[in-house]
Ligand binder design. Structure first.
Ligand SMILES: Nc1ncnc2c1ncn2[C@@H]1O[C@H](COP(=O)(O)OP(=O)(O)OP(=O)(O)O)[C@@H](O)[C@H]1O
Ligand SMILES: [Mg+2]
Length: 367
């Protein structure tokens, strides 16, 4: 049974358009679920409704099988960590962590035990007597998480908790949160617009756009089998390349005709594509599935395309090469030793097993 479930939840802020439109989803016990989507898609609103900080306009929210629509936030047995994890500046780390327990009249010995236990989990025992202003950003972040842990809630809610940190610290704290989840084995719902955070942290990812839940699946399934062009483009970095073209029949096979080149589609995809013969489609291919022919073992004349190399970005571990067909520009990720000269013509191989096709009108995945 799901630990948290939303049934047909709608949120409309006073007369405005819908911030959340008919979202249904279930979060399993001990699961780490990430709500992912661009700014304004309704992630925080969804989380705040679970927390009890907003009331759904329609629909039902259950926590551990209890309908909580009318249960105040403080009685939901959840803890939330926000982006602006304002710590009480005049209190020590210990007092910050103990505060919520004091308010709830926990015994002093119990408070002490819980604070010390949480401090140990978060490796901040040595900071317990400091004031927030004496802490680094990452340490403050840990204290904010500590404040949530001491309550031993049934569900943790995180709303972009790392977005105030610099890039390096964000990666470090991401690992810390991952470890924390493994250690304390509690249901977590984590809001972010960062697809890398979502891919690395989530047991499953719920991708949202414009108040709708588009796809709820494991990171790899979302990456490999996106339901539509938006999800395909949102997950992955650099993002998936999209090329407009047509499906055509030739020599008894099917080809994707970009205008300046044709490539052969694999037979396994024919069935789903036959309704699109001589019609427009959008082909999607991730940068990591395009290879320089000189470095590829699977090239055939039917999957190889001549392109101009416009720009090379050297990343150290790999290179991003920006390529142009005359109609489209797209990017390939190639090995560090592969540095084509700018302006030169090169041949690239498309891994046709990994290509996706989208309907240009609905943007839904065809195959
Ligand atoms: N208190 C509010 N009153 C009116 N409209 C609101 C309120 N809070 C959010 N909205 C609107 O609801 C929509 C969803 O907002 P929400 O904060 O849930 O988005 P988000 O996905 O968390 O975005 P971000 O990544 O920028 O935090 C937005 O259009 C926003 O303007
Ligand atoms: Mg938000």
């Amino acid at each position: 049974m799901a630990q948290v479930s939303l049934k047909n939840v709608v949120k409309q802020y006073n007369g405005d358009s819908l911030a959340v439109k008919n979202v249904s989803l279930g979060v399993e016990n001990k699961e780490f679920l990430v709500l992912l989507g661009p700014s304004g898609c309704g992630k925080s609103t969804t989380l705040r409704m679970i927390a009890g900080l907003e009331t759904p306009t329609e629909g039902e929210i259950y926590i551990a099988d209890r309908l909580v629509n009318n249960v105040p936030a403080k009685d939901r047995n959840i803890a939330m960590v926000f982006q602006n994890y304002a710590l009480y500046p005049h209190m020590s780390v210990y007092e910050n962590m103990a505060f919520a327990l004091k308010l709830r009249n926990y015994a002093k010995t119990d408070i002490d035990k819980r604070v010390k236990e949480a401090a140990q989990i978060l490796s901040i025992t040595h900071l317990l007597n400091r004031k927030p202003r004496e802490l680094s950003g990452g340490e403050r972040q840990r204290v904010a998480v500590g404040r949530a842990i001491v309550r031993k809630p049934m569900v943790f809610l995180f709303d972009e908790p790392l977005s105030n940190l610099d890039a390096k610290l964000r990666v470090q704290m991401r690992t810390e949160i991952h470890k924390l989840h493994l250690k304390i084995q509690t249901t977590m719902i984590y809001v972010t617009h960062d697809q890398t955070e979502a891919m690395t942290l989530g047991d499953r990812i719920a991708v949202m756009k414009d108040g709708n839940l588009l796809q709820l699946d494991t990171p790899l399934n979302v990456y490999n089998n996106p339901v539509n062009k938006f999800v395909a483009g949102f997950i992955g970095s650099p993002p998936m390349n999209f090329l407009k073209g047509k499906v055509i029949k030739k020599n008894g096979g099917m080809y994707f005709d970009e205008g300046n080149f044709k490539i052969k589609i694999l037979e396994g995809m024919y069935d789903k594509l036959k309704a699109y013969i001589d019609k427009d489609v959008i082909a999607g291919l991730r940068p990591e599935n395009i290879y320089d022919k000189l470095f590829a073992s699977n090239s055939t004349p039917e999957n190889t395309v001549a392109v101009v190399c416009d720009v090379v970005e050297t990343m150290g571990s790999e290179n991003y090469i920006y390529l142009s067909t005359g109609k489209h520009i797209f990017v390939a990720v190639v090995e560090a030793s592969n540095i084509p000269s700018i302006g030169s013509m090169i041949e690239v191989v498309f891994d046709m097993k990994r290509v996706h096709f989208f309907d240009p009108a609905t943007e839904e995945t065809i195959v």
